[in-house]
Design a protein around this ligand. Structure first.
Ligand SMILES: Nc1nc(=O)c2c([nH]1)NC[C@@H]1CN(c3ccc(C(=O)N[C@@H](CCC(=O)O)C(=O)O)cc3)CN21
Ligand SMILES: CC(C)C(=O)C(=O)O
Ligand SMILES: [Mg+2]
Length: 283
């Protein structure tokens, strides 16, 4: 099994031009499969609210849900870098909240770093968490926790005015002490510029190729999420179809007597005669 990667490996990968590849995972089996496949990092995203808990947005997701899913993912992927995604309102109110909740991710779920959304408006939180000895990844561009202000799940940085704000945010996030930055749904031209400009690794979800690595949501790339499919998704499997077909076959087998068969039952250990006389006692 490959040695667990650390922050120095991710810096080296950036400097060598080697892409880091990651997916989200929310449960033990998916985390284990990701580790077996050789994924460089795993994100336990607050997208868990939409992908596995069925909420319509990431807003309702709680610290307890995030911690519980991070714990399952850590059990499934003991040797992979795990990013814990801080849920809405776990860091926005104060630096104190941010440090306390980032600390919970580390103490209770043994994550390697936390990620939080926002640019200059969360830099004091990034600084506070970093000063407490933890690693923080920034996340700008399409930030789902503030999608109300963005007017929905909309790509960002497509005009010069908004690209300028994102460049200022990216620089401020590095200055605040973040060890890496995630860009979501911004044009590749801007991604390339920010990646060259910053010393820290810059990763993309829907932000094109010219950066230090790519992230996809496991539910999207595996074909398990049916609410919508973002433009940036490439589907590598259709698990929904596989699962529905398996359930249909099972229903059909039971209704037609094809399941269970002799292979799936436990045979009696005493003779049929002894069982017959047992049943007689009670009839
Ligand atoms: N399953 C899942 N995958 C995600 O990538 C994801 C979530 N859930 N939940 C939270 C947010 C929402 N995300 C989204 C949603 C839609 C688009 C998107 O591409 N929408 C339109 C165009 C948007 C625009 O007008 O700029 C599209 O063309 O699909 C992107 C990211 C990313 N996050
Ligand atoms: C959309 C990605 C970047 C994320 O933050 C999540 O999965 O929660
Ligand atoms: Mg998230």
């Amino acid at each position: 099994m490959a040695r667990k990667k650390g922050i120095l490996d991710f810096m080296k990968m950036k400097n060598d031009g080697e892409q880091a590849v990651w997916v989200t995972a929310y449960d033990y089996p998916t985390a284990s499969f990701a580790e077996q496949a050789g994924m460089d990092l795993i994100l336990v995203g607050d997208s868990l609210g939409m992908v596995v808990l069925g909420y319509g947005s990431t807003i309702p997701v709680t610290m307890e849900e995030c911690i519980s899913h991070c714990q399952a993912v850590r059990r499934g992927a003991p040797n992979t870098w795990i990013v814990g995604d801080m849920p809405f309102l776990s860091y926005q109110i104060s630096d104190q909240d941010a440090v306390k909740n980032a600390g919970r991710f580390h103490k209770e779920a043994n994550v390697d770093c936390v990620k939080l959304e926002g640019g200059r408006r969360v830099c004091s939180q990034i600084r506070a968490i970093t000063d407490a000895g933890m690693l923080v990844m920034g996340h700008i561009g399409l930030t789902p926790q503030s999608s109300g202000q963005l007017g929905g799940f909309k790509a960002q940085g497509r005009d010069v005015k908004s690209a300028r704000e994102l460049i200022l945010d990216a620089i401020a996030i590095q200055e605040a002490g973040a060890y890496a930055l995630l860009l979501e749904a911004v044009p590749p031209e801007l991604t390339g510029f920010i990646t060259r400009k910053l010393e820290i690794p810059v990763y993309s979800i829907g932000a094109g190729q010219p950066c230090d690595g790519q992230l996809l949501i496991s539910g999207d790339m595996l074909g398990m999420f049916e609410m919508f499919t973002p433009k940036f998704v490439k589907k590598y499997a259709n698990m929904a179809e596989i699962e529905v077909n398996a359930f249909k076959q099972y229903i059909n087998d039971v209704k037609t007597g094809l399941f269970p068969t002799d292979d799936h039952v436990y045979h009696i250990l005493d003779s049929h005669e002894e069982f017959e006389s047992l049943f007689k006692e009670f009839s």
